[in-house]
Design a protein around this ligand. Structure first.
Ligand SMILES: Cc1cc2nc3c(=O)[nH]c(=O)nc-3n(C[C@H](O)[C@H](O)[C@H](O)COP(=O)(O)O)c2cc1C
Length: 175
């Protein structure tokens, strides 16, 4: 079906691109852990190893990432739907997860499928979002299946393997 461009139509079309789910984490100026659920994450370059993601500039977290020199990509595992939901809420997000410490004190979320630790190389404007580029300094992977989101529905890949149901994401995905 052809859709003429309307904001809801664009969001609906983008939501049909299935992605993994990450929490991008960093430390703020006071050394407190900060993080946001993101599915706009992707790989950018192999040599040098670069990744990219973007954030809406009106978010409370944007100024924190704008000032940060580093960030970590926490690739959520199949059973971490609650983590994805919590890292959109106005709560003490890191009180809801186990934390491990990465390079330069970066907060890493326990139980993820992978951690990718980066130093920020660039920030570019992109409409109402800002695009961050990071050079990968360290990766760690774990033997866990990923959490997937498609049309704002979460798919626990462990359950998909067993043919169980999926559940609707409450927060909108704007990445
Ligand atoms: C699955 C999913 C993916 C998301 N991806 C992005 C994204 O790529 N960029 C973004 O700015 N917000 C994204 N969001 C929304 C943010 O997580 C949400 O607006 C943010 O946590 C608000 O935090 P704040 O307290 O910094 O304003 C996503 C939300 C969900 C549920």
């Amino acid at each position: 079906m052809t859709m003429h461009l309307q904001p809801d139509g664009f969001r609906d079309a983008m939501s049909r691109f299935a992605t993994g789910v990450t929490v991008i984490s960093t430390l703020d100026e006071d050394g407190a852990p900060r993080g946001i659920t993101v599915n706009s994450f992707g790989s950018l370059s192999l040599d040098p190893p670069l990744v990219q993601w973007n954030i809406i500039k009106t978010s409370y977290s944007y100024p924190v990432f704008h000032r940060a020199n580093r960030f970590a990509v926490n690739i959520l595992a199949a059973d971490q739907e609650t983590v994805s939901r919590n890292f959109c809420k106005a709560i003490d997000r890191f009180a809801t997860v186990g934390i491990e410490t990465g390079m330069e004190g970066l907060p890493l979320i326990s139980g993820c499928a992978a951690w990718i630790e980066c130093c920020v190389t660039d920030e570019f404007p992109g409409g109402d979002h800002a695009i961050f580029i990071g050079q990968v300094e360290r990766c760690r992977v774990f033997d866990r299946l990923p959490l997937i989101v498609w049309r704002r529905i979460y798919f626990d890949m462990d359950k998909v393997h067993r043919g169980d149901a999926c559940s609707k994401a409450s927060a909108s995905s704007d990445g």
